[in-house]
Design a protein around this ligand. Structure first.
Ligand SMILES: Cc1ncc(COP(=O)(O)O)c(C=O)c1O
Length: 396
C-alpha cells in the first residue's frame, strides 16, 4: 500500500467518522437522547477514540477477512515477532517469545493475574482513583482490595507512607496503573524506586497495567516498563499490555502479558485454563500490523492529541472547574468539587456532554473526559462545557 505522509495521517485524524447507529457502546449510551435542548449528548466517556484505526491495520484486516476462513487461531510467529520488535524499538526491552502470553483483553488479564498468586483471603494493594478493574479484579477472585488514595497535594503521587500503613500480613500483590488512568501520570524513576522497594521488602507480585504506555503526551517524559526497573522486579512482575488504546482497536480483543519469571508464568497460564478464550484471530492480525507498521500513524496521533490536550486545558479555572493536566493518555481528570452540583455527570449531560463519573474510579466530585476525537467534535463539546460553566454559579 502507498505510504501516507504525516500531513495525510493528521488529516485522517481530523476527519470525523459517524459512529451513530454503529455497534459503539460509547455512542449507543446517548443514542436518541434529546438532551440539552434537542442538541443531543456528545459522548466523551468510555476510553475508545473516535478515530479510524491506522490504514495499515485496516488493510491487514481486510486481507485477512478476504481469506474467508475463520477457524481457531494459534499465536503466530509474526505476532510474537511484532510484539518483541515494538518493545525493543519503543522501550529498549528485550523480551523472549516464551514470556509473551496472548490475552483476550486487559481486564481479563487483571482478573487472571489476581487469581494466579496467593490464596483467597489474601490482599492486593492499589492506589485510587484508578481504572475500576484494578480494584474489582482482586475481589472477583476472592482477594481483598486495599485501596490507598494517591496524594493529591503531592501532584497525585503514590503515598508510600499510607501504603506502608495499609499493609497487612496477607498482602501478596500490588496493582500498578502505569501510566495512570484516570490521572494521566507517568510515574517517575524515584516513584518506581519506592514501589519496587516496597514490593521487594514484602515479597509482592507487581501487576503493571501498561495499556496506555504508547500514549505519552508530555515532551521529555518516557515510559519505562516496570519489569525493566531491575532484574529483581522483572522476576516479580506481570506486565499487561495491548495495542488497543493506542491504535483504537479495543473491540478486537487483543492484549498480552509479558511474564519473564517461568513460575509466575506457569501459574498465570494455569489461572487462564478453561476461562480465557483463544485469542481473536483478527486481533492477532491487527496487533501485528499495528506494531510493525503503525509508528508513523502513532506519531501523528500523539501530535494531534497534544493539540487536543491544550484545548482541554483552556477549561482549567473556568467557573471553578479544575483540570489535571494529563502527562499521558487521552483522558483528562476534571475536578468538579467547586461546582454547584452534587452530580457533576448529570450537570454536564444537561449541557450536552457525556463524561465518565469519577465515582466509578473512586474519585467522588471528579469526572473523566475523553479527548480522543476530531477537533470539530472536541471544540463543540468544550464550548458546551464552557457555556454551561459560565452560566452556572459556582458553589458558595
Ligand atoms: C488502565 C486500563 N486497563 C484496562 C483497560 C481495559 O482493557 P480491555 O478493554 O483490553 O479489557 C482500560 C480501558 O480503558 C484501561 O484504561
Amino acid at each position: 500500500m502507498t505510504p501516507y505522509t504525516h500531513a495525510q495521517y493528521l488529516a485522517l485524524l481530523d476527519t470525523p467518522v459517524d459512529r451513530r447507529g454503529s455497534d459503539s457502546i460509547k455512542w449507543a449510551k446517548y443514542a436518541g437522547h434529546g438532551g440539552a435542548g434537542g442538541k443531543g449528548i456528545i459522548p466523551m466517556w468510555v476510553a475508545d477514540m473516535d478515530f479510524a484505526a491506522p490504514p495499515e491495520v485496516t488493510a491487514a484486516l481486510a486481507a485477512r477477512v478476504a481469506h474467508g476462513v475463520f477457524g481457531y487461531g494459534h499465536t503466530t510467529r509474526a505476532f510474537l515477532d511484532a510484539v518483541m520488535y515494538a518493545l525493543l524499538r519503543d522501550y529498549g526491552w528485550t523480551v523472549q517469545p516464551e514470556w509473551i502470553v496472548p490475552l483476550a483483553g486487559l481486564v481479563s488479564g487483571l482478573n487472571i493475574a489476581a487469581r494466579s498468586f496467593g490464596n483467597p483471603g489474601d490482599a492486593i494493594i492499589t492506589s485510587t482513583p484508578v481504572y475500576p478493574a484494578l480494584y474489582t479484579a482482586p475481589e472477583h477472585m476472592e482477594r481483598r482490595s486495599i485501596r490507598v488514595p494517591l496524594n493529591e497535594a503531592d501532584g497525585w503521587g503514590w503515598d508510600m507512607a499510607a501504603v506502608e500503613a495499609a499493609h497487612t500480613e496477607r498482602t501478596r500483590g500490588l496493582f500498578l496503573c502505569h501510566p495512570h488512568n484516570p490521572i494521566g501520570r507517568v510515574w517517575r524513576r524515584d516513584e518506581l524506586d519506592s514501589i519496587a522497594a516496597y514490593a521487594e521488602q514484602h515479597d509482592l507480585v507487581v501487576v503493571s497495567d501498561e495499556i496506555h504506555c504508547d500514549l505519552i503526551l508530555e515532551p521529555g517524559l518516557k515510559h519505562r516498563p516496570f519489569a525493566l526497573h531491575s532484574p529483581a522486579m522483572a522476576k516479580r512482575s506481570i506486565t499487561l499490555m495491548a495495542p488497543s488504546k493506542t491504535y483504537n482497536i479495543p473491540g478486537l480483543g487483543a492484549a498480552f502479558a509479558v511474564i519473564p519469571n517461568p513460575n509466575l508464568r506457569r501459574r498465570f497460564e494455569r489461572a487462564m485454563a478453561g476461562i480465557s478464550p483463544h485469542t481473536n484471530i483478527l486481533g492477532l492480525v491487527a496487533t501485528t500490523a499495528a506494531y510493525e507498521h503503525g509508528l508513523p500513524w502513532r506519531t501523528a496521533l500523539l501530535e494531534y492529541l497534544r493539540g487536543n490536550r491544550e484545548r482541554v486545558m483552556t477549561l482549567d479555572g473556568v467557573g471553578g472547574l479544575r483540570v489535571v493536566q494529563p502527562e499521558a493518555t487521552y483522558l483528562a481528570w476534571l475536578d468538579c468539587r467547586a461546582l454547584a452540583t452534587d452530580s457533576p455527570a448529570t450537570f454536564f449531560e444537561a449541557a450536552g456532554v457525556g463524561l465518565s463519573d469519577g465515582r466509578d474510579f473512586g474519585g467522588k466530585g471528579f469526572l473523566r473526559l475523553n479527548f480522543g476525537c476530531p477537533r470539530s467534535t472536541l471544540d463543540e463539546a468544550l464550548e458546551r462545557i464552557r457555556q454551561h460553566l459560565l452560566e452556572s454559579a459556582p458553589r458558595d
